[in-house]
Write a protein that binds this ligand. Structure first.
Ligand SMILES: C[S@@+](CC[C@H](N)C(=O)[O-])C[C@H]1O[C@@H](n2cnc3c(N)ncnc32)[C@H](O)[C@@H]1O
Length: 216
């Protein structure tokens, strides 16, 4: 019994990963290949990928928007979970990383379901239709988080769900001595969301913190 969130040590984390994370063979290989890249820390954790797939199934998501695709691991989890009659839009500025993503999506036979928009996400989002998506995920440059949040509220259907990654920013949000641009942007958005009457929201202690936001 506990009335506080448990500290997850490495032993418990391995137990969670071994016991609960179901990952397709392609997802496992993509995650392991990404781990060899210099920027591997940008990839979401496997338990978060599994959770996002669970959420996609739970809400019967059929249209998914992802801002910040990198090598395609979170996209792979969600699209595999949504099934063959679903579609997704991805926004990223990196051709190199999203080309790598595309090769694994092809192996997983989900590539044709994903419309990748290369370029500044603010430009790509501008061109998308209102109230189209059931589920969205923000995981790109932190300075634009507030813009991405506002765009997602426009692009999501009523009652649809938005997930925002890195809301703890390695714990920096809780340390007032840290005043860099990215930390301030995340901190400001966290505060804004929790009093925003347009949404219901809660903070989840998974990975680097995941904000779950339902458009009302
Ligand atoms: C943290 S990674 C995304 C990780 C990914 N969701 C995963 O599961 O592996 C952030 C991504 O945002 C992209 N990005 C950064 N700034 C961007 C911008 N202004 N517009 C679009 N994408 C951007 C980067 O190229 C990078 O691939």
């Amino acid at each position: 019994m506990s009335n506080t969130t448990l500290n997850i040590d490495q032993n418990l984390l391995h137990y969670i990963l071994d016991t609960s994370v179901k990952e397709s063979d392609v997802a496992k290989r993509l995650r392991e290949k990404t781990m060899t890249l210099e920027m591997s820390r940008m990839q979401i954790a496997p338990e978060q990928g599994a959770f996002m797939g669970f959420i996609a199934r739970l809400i019967h998501a059929k249209h998914y928007l992802e801002i910040g695709v990198f090598t395609g691991y979170s996209m792979l989890h969600v699209v595999e979970a949504m099934g063959k009659d679903a579609s997704a839009t991805g926004c990223d500025i990196s051709k190199e990383w999203t080309d790598m993503a595309r090769s694994y999506w092809e192996e997983a036979q989900i590539s044709e379901q994903i419309d990748m928009r290369l370029g500044e996400a603010t430009d790509s989002l501008n061109k998308l239709e209102d109230s189209l998506y059931d589920l969205a995920f923000i995981d790109a440059d932190k300075g634009n988080y507030d813009t991405y949040y506002e765009e997602c509220l426009r692009l999501l259907k009523p009652k649809a769900l938005l997930m925002i990654d890195n809301i703890f920013w390695g714990g920096a949000v809780a340390d007032e001595k840290v005043q860099d641009t990215d930390t301030k942007a995340i901190r400001a958005l966290n505060t804004k969301i929790m009093s925003d009457k347009r949404v219901n929201a809660t903070m989840l202690t998974i990975g680097d913190g995941l904000m779950m936001v339902q458009k009302v």
